[in-house]
Design a protein around this ligand. Structure first.
Ligand SMILES: Cc1ncc(C[n+]2csc(CCOP(=O)(O)OP(=O)(O)O)c2C)c(N)n1
Ligand SMILES: [Mg+2]
Length: 616
């Protein structure tokens, strides 16, 4: 057997470069690059290995470990999970900074390879700098925090362990069901230890997307169930994108005039003006889709986790409706007493289409859907039209940005009030045109998410829409975007605080407290007004402050013409949101409180809980 002597770190990197993916017949590297912030836990070992392959597998330097991992997530999400990136950080704080991002990847089922440096396996110099020193369990290090937020975890304490660990890691990263973050904790001493690895271990491996077909009985039962339906509604989730099934979905729903509601992750599955696209569904959904959901006799859920924002905390959907769940993961397919149809959407949707020949939903249902869609389109026009004030709403800003985007451009967002307005109001033209991280809704995803999206789609203009809160939480990768020439356009909506949580607090009967800056502890001078344009300029971006929608529209044109990242700040209304559409969201209200508003809110809450209980 031919062997090759490599350190553990060199072997990981060599193995990574041997992994390829087949995308529509084209063979591409599985790993597009490695995000790295070095420290003593990874600079000598992994750093040396990365340097050697820097032309083939580029290493990107970031400013914050959480943020760079967001970029990796956004990259893999835009690539429909087929191509991905790795993230490495030093032992201790650098690595723990990636744990939040691992959770983002875990919730959203996005593949990222995390390579956190770890403390010495030999323990010879213990305690090393940044070692947490657990008193009761010597095997624990801070990297154990990755365990609940990794789909696969291993700590490589001997170099030869890679022979079993790496194939398993690749299996999870490429498996449509298990897909998610993989963590290989790499102790700094073991990174540098050499082993005679078999050369065959590093043979090129081409990963093809596994497309599990349906079980014959489940398929038959699904067809029978649909045939009995008269008022069906299809819900399109992120799985439609990851399966690459947008064409098959279009063909299926078009054949039978099936109205479709989109989730946050599913948005873009159909173009907004597709006649069967009723708009978004759920808490921040369109009135059209939500009305249909409340009356439907069958929900056909395709590739969705059925999160509370989609189901209206389970109070939105007609309690008498049947639920059919087409999902590659049985974990999701049995949710909410659904009838499961486990398998790949791209494979199974055409089978459903063929199996249903001759069937049609009620004509009145199809007509109703068409009418609701026409009404909803008008509501969107109204909400997004410039009212000409100097304190526009988020919805008006969404309208302005939406009008500025080209056919293949992408809007990126994650947390705050904007995801709701975007889900309701954004008109998506192409399937990857809407990039929302709303599984974890992690503040601070937006800017690095924009950077990762740009890496995946260099030909697209990336429009990041972000609140002042999220911007201030994690903006440092704006500097990275300038450094790497990854141009993004960032529109900062400054409503001087956590607007959406302020509104939620108010809806829960709470006093204005600790959300908008004016309601927070401060000196008598109040909170400073952040000059976002000056801040962005300090990071190397071009920037400007605008004062109304007309100015925003003109600035967006300048931003598009810019060759480097461009930040536009605009002051916005913290209170007004689009009143159209929407549904109840279960946020627990105190059972007892001396505050009248809380008592009142609790009453309304209990009524909704009764509705919710009918769906169990
Ligand atoms: C990391 C993280 N911390 C806290 C939250 C809870 N949270 C959700 S939105 C929000 C406020 C966001 O403020 P901003 O970005 O200004 O958007 P706005 O609500 O004003 O539209 C907070 C605190 C979160 N989603 N993520
Ligand atoms: Mg805000």
């Amino acid at each position: 057997m031919k062997t090759i002597k490599l350190t553990m770190a060199q072997a990981i990197i060599k193995y990574m470069t041997a992994q390829k993916v087949d995308i529509d017949g084209e063979i591409k590297p599985m790993f597009a690059g490695v995000w790295a912030i070095f420290g003593h836990g990874n600079v000598a070992g992994l750093g040396e290995a990365l340097y050697r392959v820097r032309d083939e597998l580029p290493t990107y330097r970031a400013h914050n470990e959480q943020a760079m991992s967001h970029a990796a997530i956004a990259y893999a999400k835009t690539m429909n999970r087929r191509q991905m990136m790795a993230c490495t950080a030093s032992a201790g704080p650098g690595s723990v900074n990636m744990v939040t991002a691992a959770a983002v990847a875990h919730v959203n089922r996005i593949p990222v390879l995390f390579l956190p440096g770890d403390t010495f396996a030999t323990r010879m110099p213990d305690p090393v700098l940044q070692q947490i020193e657990n008193f009761h369990d010597m095997t624990l290090t801070s990297n154990d925090c990755f365990k609940p937020v990794s789909r696969f975890f291993d700590r490589i304490t001997r170099p030869e362990q890679l022979l079993s660990a790496l194939p398993q890691a690749m299996r999870v990263l490429t498996d449509p069901v298990e897909c998610g973050p993989v963590t290989l904790a790499i102790p700094q001493d073991v990174q540098t230890m050499a082993f005679d690895y078999p050369e065959s271990f590093f043979a090129e491996k081409i990963h093809r997307q596994r497309r599990p077909g349906a079980d014959a009985n489940e398929l038959l039962e699904a067809i029978t169930l649909i045939r009995q339906a008269r008022k069906p509604l299809v819900v399109a989730g992120g799985g439609v994108h990851y399966s690459g099934a947008v064409t098959e979905l279009d063909s299926f729903v078009s054949s039978y005039h099936l109205p479709v509601g989109e989730t946050q992750a599913g948005k873009g599955a159909l173009p907004w003006d597709h006649k069967d696209n009723m708009g978004s569904m759920g808490v921040t959904g369109a009135a059209s889709t939500n009305t249909l959901a409340a009356e439907a006799d069958l929900i056909i859920a395709v590739g969705t986790r059925l999160g509370d924002f989609t189901s209206g905390s389970r109070a939105l959907i007609n309690p008498d409706a049947k639920l059919l769940c087409l999902n590659v993961a049985s974990f999701d397919a049995i949710k909410h007493k659904g009838q499961s149809l486990v398998g790949d959407a791209k494979t199974i949707l055409p089978q459903l289409q063929t199996g249903l020949e001759g069937w049609q939903p009620d004509g009145a249902w199809i007509e109703k859907a068409a009418q609701l869609k026409a009404e909803w389109d008008k509501s969107v026009d109204t909400a997004t039209t410039d009212r000409g004030t100097n304190l526009p709403t988020d919805a008006e800003c969404v309208g302005a940005v939406n009008r500025a985007v080209g056919e293949k451009d992408i809007v990126v967002c994650a947390a705050g009030g904007l995801p709701g307005e975007l889900q309701k109001l954004w008109r998506t033209r192409y399937d990857k045109g809407y990039h929302m991280e709303y599984g974890y809704s992690c503040m601070g995803y937006e800017i690095p998410g924009g950077v990762g999206t740009k890496m995946a789609r260099p030909e697209s203009e990336i429009f990041v829409m972000v609140g002042d809160g999220s911007y201030l939480m994690l903006n440092s990768e704006l500097a990275t975007s300038v450094m790497l020439g990854l141009k993004i356009i960032v529109v900062v909506l400054d409503n001087r605080g956590f607007g959406c949580i302020h509104r939620l607090q108010n809806a829960c009967g709470g006093a204005p407290f600790n959300n908008l800056l004016e309601d927070c502890l401060s000196t008598e001078n109040g909170a400073p007004k952040t000059d976002f344009a000056a801040h962005a300029a300090a990071l190397g971006a071009r920037s400007e402050q605008v004062h109304n929608i007309t100015e925003l529209e003109a600035a967006l044109e300048r931003a598009k013409a810019s060759d480097i990242s461009y930040v536009i700040a605009i002051d916005t209304d913290a209170v007004t949101v689009a009143s159209e559409g929407g549904a109840w969201w279960d946020v627990a209200i105190p059972e007892v409180s001396p505050r009248k508003e809380v008592q009142q809110s609790r009453k309304g809450y209990e009524e909704q809980k009764v509705k919710q209980a009918k769906n169990f």
